[in-house]
Design a binder for this molecule. Structure first.
Ligand code: KIV
Ligand code: ZN
Length: 559
């Protein structure tokens, strides 16, 4: 890098708009959306989509709810032309969907484009030529006047051929390509020259698209450019002002959102932002940003995973794991404090205590876009007790008492640390089972029987202690009290039951119960044990033995 970049690069000049209005506005409704996946997106692929992939993508775009779809550049190749024809001739375009095609201001290309549209019900013919100083100087070597002439000639050539599209409802679109790098006054002049030819009216408007072909400035500058055009162009009410942002500075989405505040009516972009260089605008993100503010975008992303699957298959691109809304990791919390907050937020939401979604760290409910709650939390060595408990609850219906969560959290973290990677839910359950449920040494249950008279219970537990049979006989006002009493007759430290809870695991006849028991020693030490059995009484006896076995293990570990 240069020590002094100002010798090579210069700041982008601001727009003179001291009374700009857009910063004080809020978005209240969605724009018209136009997908350019099959044109701008497709032209940026290392291997462009083949016909069947384009057809599948077209079908998906229709299902999402796009009413304007730029399907290609039909004059650019026979494949593009044939694709257009196939869509029309096979009746694949719903009556309310506009077929948009792009064309440069050249006669033979316009001619072929018109041919490609024969028989379409609704067509948008999109004419463009580039207008920025660099394009004028380097590429076209043309003066401003000559650039205007190119645009006007193209506009006329289209106008002169419209009678050949009898039976087709036609909407005309003009793009001063590289608009955001063009002087606003000149962009306005070119656009007005095209308007003079096409003569739009409020009843028969035309689309004026304002491409941020290459992002060259901050998004507020683009918004100023859009507002400047909206306020200064003649006959604004006969125009549908459209945005087309790319993402070179990583702010394509912001530029579109601010451009909408600045007065635009329409947005062009692609799914997941596929497009030249850093991509086109990601329409999904803009649409879901609106949704998260309570505005339905008019596009359906209820099954975002399925859309992503079609996209990845058709384009060969992949959606990065941190991509807004759709990335693998965006509804995943790794940090313990995030997990705890999410768990509490989801509990509050599920209990219906909030009218509006306000769950920490989750800007929208993942379920609304077909993502699953179980993707929300994963367990790694940084996960807190909340994340661990949440995963056991949501995946297996294991509801740990709060105090047991506190005990098991650090145990799970140590084990995950030892494994050295994130663990799956099954692995987490295995850690829990090994620590609590599968503790069968030194104490193991062989048989447990009780007799009860007038609420008084006598128990006889046949156990193995380090493999040797031992019988524990005791009595009390319940099976557990009788068991604790029985242990009092053996040479083991005295203990009492400090906490007890149980619940069913799953349902059906073979369903097991899980019992959680905390025992307390006279010196104040506590130990949790967990037992699982189809018989709840046996599950609780196993839980007592689990707690005793864990005490012995802990004592041995301390020696
Ligand atoms: O990015 C761009 O300027 C374009 C135009 C053709 C609209 O894709
Ligand atoms: Zn583009």
């Amino acid at each position: 890098m240069l020590k002094d970049p100002s010798k090579k690069y210069r700041p982008f000049p601001p727009v003179n708009l001291p009374d700009r209005q857009w910063p004080n506005r809020v978005l209240t409704r969605p724009p018209r959306w136009c997908s350019v996946d099959l044109r701008d997106g497709n032209q940026a692929l290392a291997i462009p989509m083949n016909v069947s992939q384009k057809l599948e993508m077209f079908q998906t775009l229709v299902q999402i709810g796009f009413k304007e779809i730029e399907v290609g550049f039909p004059s650019a190749s026979n494949t593009e032309f044939a694709f257009n024809r196939r869509l029309i001739e096979e009746g694949r375009i719903p009556d309310d969907v506009w077929l948009q095609v792009l064309v440069q201001a050249r006669e033979h290309l316009i001619e072929r484009t018109i041919q490609s549209l024969q028989g379409a019900k609704k067509a948008i013919i999109h004419l463009y030529n580039s207008t920025s100083p660099a394009q004028r100087r380097v590429v076209f070597r043309m003066s401003k006047k000559e650039i205007i002439e190119v645009a006007v000639r193209g506009a006329r050539m289209i106008m002169d051929r419209l009678d050949r599209l009898d039976g087709t409802e036609v909407l005309l679109e003009y793009s001063p390509e590289s608009f955001s790098a063009t002087e606003v006054e000149f962009a306005c002049e070119v656009a007005e020259a095209v308007m003079d030819v096409w003569q739009p009216t409020p009843e028969r408007p035309m689309i004026l698209n304002l491409p941020d072909t290459v992002e060259v400035a901050m998004p507020n500058v683009y918004a100023d450019q859009v507002e400047w055009i909206c306020r200064n162009i003649r006959n604004r009410e006969s125009l549908i002002i459209s945005l087309h942002t790319h993402n070179d500075r990583g702010t394509g989405i912001a530029a579109t959102e601010l451009g909408l505040l600045a007065g635009a009516d329409r947005v062009e972009g692609t799914l997941f932002g596929n497009g030249e260089r850093t991509g086109n605008l990601d329409i999904i993100t803009v649409a879901l940003n609106m949704y998260s503010h309570g505005i339905h975008p008019g596009l359906d992303f209820s099954n975002l995973n399925a859309i992503r699957e079609v996209y990845e298959r058709c384009t060969g691109m992949t959606v990065p794991p941190r991509h807004p809304y759709s990335g693998e990791l965006v509804f995943t919390a790794f940090s313990g404090s995030h997990q705890d907050a999410i768990k509490k937020g989801l509990a509050e939401w599920n209990e219906g205590r909030q009218q509006y979604w306000d769950v920490p760290y989750l800007p929208i409910d993942p379920a609304d876009i077909g993502r699953e709650y179980r993707e929300v939390i994963r367990v790694n060595s940084q996960s807190g007790k909340g994340g661990v408990a949440f995963m056991l609850e949501t995946r297996f219906g294991i509801y740990l008492p709060r105090d047991l969560q506190r005990e098991f959290g650090p145990i799970a973290n140590d084990e995950v640390d030892r494994i050295g990677r994130e663990v799956t839910a099954d692995e987490l359950k295995a850690i829990f089972w090994k620590e609590y449920v599968e503790r069968e040494s030194p104490w193991k249950l062989v048989r447990f029987r009780t007799e009860s008279t007038n609420g008084h219970v006598r128990c006889r537990a046949e156990l193995l202690r380090d493999g040797q049979p031992v019988e524990v006989v005791g009595e009390g006002n319940g099976p557990l009290a009788a068991l604790v009493h029985g242990f009092g007759n053996l040479d083991v430290p005295r203990f009492e039951i400090a906490d007890y809870s149980e619940h069913a695991l799953g349902s059906g006849e073979e369903a097991a119960a899980i019992a959680y028991i905390q025992i307390r020693y006279p010196d104040g030490r506590n130990r949790w044990g967990v037992g699982v059995d189809t018989n709840i009484e046996i599950a609780s006896v196993k839980a007592v033995l689990s707690a005793l076995n864990r005490s012995v293990g802990a004592a041995a570990a301390q020696q």
